[in-house]
Design a protein around this ligand. Sequence first.
Ligand code: MG
Length: 162
Amino acid sequence: MISKKLQDALNAQINAEMWSAYLYLSMSVEAESKGLKGFGNWFFIQFREEQDHARILMNYLLARGGQVLLAPIAEVRTSWGSQLAHEKKVTAMINNLYDMAVTEKDHATASMLKWFIDEQVEEEESATTIIDSLKLVSGDKMGVFMLDKELATRTYTQAAPL
Ligand code: MG
């Protein structure tokens, strides 16, 4: 059985992952509205991945006999350009969860969270790559067009723990 404290923290993380999904959905819609279908595709896949993250945590809570509480998802007020700052915040939340699990000597939760720790390295890297690419092509329409074409090739793969 998982502790109440960790259960609450994991439920908060589920909500954060769903908010992340919402953030990327908003970025996807904004990109598509500008005619950037490749960016739209890339962010839409991210939207799906974030829902996978929430699902992994839900499955885990259920497996441990915990209770899943689905709190309201807050409105997305910022979208374009807030990706890296947001991922850094999520990384800090995951690290904090891991610290809590270690403090409680809840080895199963710590082990489950390791996947998320590794995943955040990738998330921050891909956010940085997109931001760097946009800086490189700054103002150049052909560059943005090519980047959009590249991002259009991303395909969805279900997260490994699922
Ligand atoms: Mg996530």
